[in-house]
Design a protein around this ligand. Structure first.
Ligand SMILES: *Cc1c(COP(=O)(O)O)cnc(C)c1O
Length: 469
């Protein structure tokens, strides 16, 4: 297994290099040379495999021998040491709850997997450097193992997952930039209370300002050289690919619940609240490797580049619009090129497997209120966008079915990507109740925020970076 750049202008690399560098030198995204194909017998066996073993089997081909089996098994076991329950909301919509990880965000899985891979590679490099220094003459003896610096801008959710995932990982420092006053209180505590190798910069500006600083840092050759900069967003294959696991875990539970004696079960359609399209693209990879999944629906907020593309075949990026589902406020989804690659850029094929709906803020809030009242289920704003899109998709299927005597029996799952307590303003207004903090994060309330204030410009960041090291 190797990885090629979708920019088509960089050398092929192995998983290790793709994970360490994040992006190819030509700024293209890395894509695996082959999508592993599981046999029917393997898929059958997957039905009853424990989570860690399944994760190991799914990830092993992608890692392509750059991590030994025992270490990969350990990485997988640690990455997914929490639950991914599939919970019914209505008769035909179920919620795959991806918020039971340490920071209550689905990004925990990708961040935990990636951080452990980088930790493994850093240890391995240290050992290699030590060995080569023993055999080299003394004048060569200058090799030092530079730590990797993960630089990440966050609107709230990514930062916490990355901070928590990378905490204590040797050989890796993490710098998180977040917009002052624009993340929720619990999110801020998740970002700013880790200590150790995690530093939080509180930027006097917007999320876009944070992102602009990070982008400029990656373009700054001297800074890159000096600090081994890498990103921890879904561009990185080590964060993107393990997201496939959600779909395997969902399918396991679906089969267990719905399989009849003959081994048949209804199709599971999947609705994914999408921003950068890393998560949904990972699901489409799982399907391409043989997992029997149904139709994919990309649920978007007002940032509807893909929704419009599927309707018009015109891909028009725009500046990100602010919405109540702010983790999906993305005007130019970086992973969409990977979806096109899976489908070999065949537009008619793409529209057969993927639909997309854009849900406005009014509908999102009304959906949270309605589902709470009718079904006694508390959606977060991102899950609510997915729920509303699922309803549209299923009712369109039903319409298509009228006239035939086929009985309507389609069901869908939505991916609940964050716990509602992370978006208290929107959710509490919609349901007229406070949302209780889960026990697993109550300890944060006793912690003290530690952050460094930073002006919203690149020069301020660079000065801080140089002074801090
Ligand atoms: C990041 C995020 C998303 C969007 O995921 P993509 O992989 O970028 O499409 C959706 N919901 C929440 C809560 C998120 O944090």
């Amino acid at each position: 297994m190797h990885y090629y750049s979708l920019g088509k202008n960089s050398p092929n690399v192995d998983f290790r290099t793709a994970a360490i560098t994040g992006q190819a030198p030509d700024k293209g995204l890395y894509f695996p040379s082959t999508i592993p194909k599981f046999t029917a017998a393997q898929i059958e066996r997957f039905k009853t495999l424990d989570k860690a073993s399944l994760a190991f089997e799914v990830m092993k081909p992608y890692v392509g021998g750059t991590i030994d089996d025992a270490s990969l098994k350990e990485i997988c076991t640690e990455t997914i040491n929490f639950d991914f329950p599939l919970v019914p909301i209505t008769e035909n919509i179920l919620s795959l709850e991806l918020f039971h990880g340490p920071t209550l965000a689905f990004k925990d899985v990708g961040a935990r997997f990636m951080s452990r891979c980088l930790g493994y590679f850093s240890k391995e490099k240290k050992a290699n450097d030590r060995n080569s220094n023993l055999t080299k003459s003394t004048e060569d003896n200058t090799t030092t193992t530079k730590p990797t610096t993960v630089l990440v801008a966050t609107s709230g959710d990514t930062g916490g997952a990355v901070a928590n995932g990378f905490l204590g990982v040797e050989g890796v420092n993490v710098i998180i930039l977040y917009p002052k006053g624009k993340v929720s209180p619990i999110q801020e505590l998740q970002l700013t209370t880790c200590g150790q190798n995690i530093t939080a910069l509180e930027v006097e500006g917007s999320f876009d300002d944070c992102q602009a600083i990070v982008k400029e840092a990656f373009m700054d050759e001297t800074l890159n050289q000096q600090y081994n900069l890498t990103s921890a967003n879904s561009i990185n294959v080590a964060r993107w690919l393990p997201q496939q696991l959600y779909y395997f875990f969902a399918w396991q539970q679906w089969v267990k619940q719905y399989q009849d004696e003959a081994g048949n079960y209804p199709i599971m359609h999947i609705v994914v609240p999408s921003g950068n399209f890393g998560n949904i693209c990972a699901g489409m990879m799982a399907k391409a490797s043989g997992l029997p999944l149904g139709h994919f629906v990309a649920a978007c907020n007002a940032n509807d580049v893909v929704t419009r593309y599927l309707a018009t075949e015109k891909y028009e990026i725009h500046k990100a619009l602010a919405t109540v589902s702010n983790a999906m406020d993305v005007g130019n989804p970086s992973n969409f090129v990977r979806i096109l690659e899976i489908l070999e850029n065949n537009f008619p094929d793409l529209t057969k497997v993927l639909s997309s709906y854009s849900i406005d803020d009014t509908t999102t809030k009304a959906t949270i209120a309605r589902v709470y009242k009718t079904n006694n289920y508390t959606l977060d704003p991102h899950g609510a966008v997915a729920f509303a899109a699922a309803e549209i998709y299923l009712s369109n299927l039903e319409k298509d079915n009228t006239g035939s005597n086929a009985q309507f029996n389609h069901s869908a799952i939505i991916l609940e990507t964050a716990h509602p307590v992370k978006f208290p303003e929107v959710v509490e207004e919609a349901i007229g109740q406070t949302v209780a903090l889960p026990d697993s994060v109550k300890f944060l309330l006793d912690k003290k925020k530690v952050s460094t204030a930073l002006a919203a410009n690149y020069a301020a960041f660079k000065n801080w970076m140089i002074a801090a090291s």
